[in-house]
Design a protein around this ligand. Structure first.
Ligand code: NAD
Ligand code: UDP
Length: 335
């Protein structure tokens, strides 16, 4: 039976890594979910297990175009997130960030609903303040390779606040720090998926630069919990609020950890550091603790164990499919 507080909730980017986990969690809580995605970086496989749920609906749609639906809440996640993906077509990335925000804000304005924005730690650029607090305005290159994403997300925050001030819209902005877990796209070029796949295949682990740059990795379930707490927080709390795990680790250390945990024979090789790659990143999460009672609960080792398990299964299924395909071809050629 449905809870009396059950809502119809729109998740844009719902077929992506974070979006699919969010859809799953909202369904578990008894809500109806409308997942909107153009499948640019997301995959049907991420949501295939939800399609048989009568409370789940998938709509293929590009948020750069207006959307006419009736919902009670909006989570706006649609945007490629991996540097490789968002730089592949920088113009489409910035259009998705801006036009997507404008279209979803327009929808929220018509429906008078709360709207959540998945912003990013990238708004701090290559930060000169460490750890990063929400009142730090950042150090962002406006014309570099990462700018389509960084500046797109910064301007989206501006739009959210202008709609809030001008129309009294109830906005919720999360600044998401590096998140990892099952269903990351195996080829999306992000560090955890790259290292996990390389280690499991026994290939060289590609550390960019000397690996001294740091990141702080948050497990996906913790992040989704943060999203929901922020959406459910009192109207006067808009954010921006940092969501991430403050446990900081260098990329070289991460490579060694993944090799160790997977029992891999991979060696570490060093490649050129991409331009504008931030040297350090660690969230200050006092605001999230105070306002949302939120902090991450998953240790890196535990989260990596689950993530490695996921990629291991993925590779095994793929190998089995290749073998099956070979058998089919052999059988056909024998006839
Ligand atoms: P993802 O690439 O797996 O998911 C993004 C989803 O958005 C995909 O399903 C993609 O197909 C969809 N999409 C892209 N452009 C679209 C468009 N024009 N119209 C409709 N759908 C579109 O990435 P993710 O890691 O799940 O990230 C989700 C959100 O969280 C993004 O907004 C990202 O900026 C933000 N974020 C993620 C991280 C992280 O570490 N995962 C960190 C900071 C911010
Ligand atoms: N990185 C790396 N090897 C890889 C992929 C990424 O050394 O195969 C580094 C990258 O240069 C960056 C960090 O890992 O310093 C995190 O990269 P990711 O793309 O996951 O996210 P970012 O935080 O840069 O957006």
């Amino acid at each position: 039976m449905k809870k009396y507080s059950s809502k119809r909730i729109l998740v844009t980017g719902g077929a992506g890594f974070l979006g699919s986990h969010l859809c799953e969690r909202l369904l578990e809580e008894g809500h109806e979910v409308l997942c909107v995605d153009n499948l640019y970086t997301g995959r049907k496989a991420n949501i295939s297990h939800l399609l048989k749920n009568p409370d789940f609906e998938f709509k293929r749609h590009d948020v750069r175009f207006p959307l006419y639906v009736e919902v009670d809440e909006i989570y706006n996640l649609a945007c490629p997130a991996s540097p490789v993906h968002y730089q592949y077509d920088a113009v489409q990335t910035i259009k998705t960030a801006l036009e997507g925000a404008i279209n979803m804000l327009g929808l929220a304005k018509r429906l008078r609903t709360r709207i959540f924005q998945a912003s990013t730690s990238e708004v701090y650029g290559n930060p000169l303040v460490h750890p990063q607090t929400e009142d730090y305005w950042g150090n962002v290159n406006p014309i570099g390779l990462r700018s389509c994403y960084d500046e797109g997300k910064r301007c989206a925050e501006t739009l959210f606040f202008d709609y809030h001030r001008k129309y009294g819209l109830k906005v919720k902005i999360a600044r998401v720090f590096n998140t990892y877990g099952p269903r990351m796209h195996p080829n999306d070029g992000r560090v955890v998926s790259n290292f996990a796949i390389q280690a499991l295949k026994g290939e060289d682990i590609t550390v960019y630069g000397d690996g001294s740059q740091t990141r702080s990795f948050c497990y996906v379930d913790d992040m989704v919990e943060g999203f929901i707490r922020l959406m459910d927080s009192p109207d006067d709390f808009t954010g921006p609020v940092n969501l991430g795990n403050p446990h900081e680790i260098s990329i070289l250390e991460l490579a060694r950890k993944i090799i160790h945990m997977s029992g891999s024979c991979s060696r570490i090789i060093f490649k050129k550091l991409p331009s504008d790659d931030p040297m350090q990143r660690k969230p200050e999460i006092s605001l999230a603790k105070e306002k949302l009672g939120w902090m991450p609960a998953t240790y890196l080792d535990k989260g990596l164990e689950k993530t490695l398990g996921h990629f291991e299964r993925l590779l095994k299924d793929r190998d089995e499919n290749v073998i099956k395909l070979k058998d089919i071809k052999k059988a056909v050629s024998l006839k």
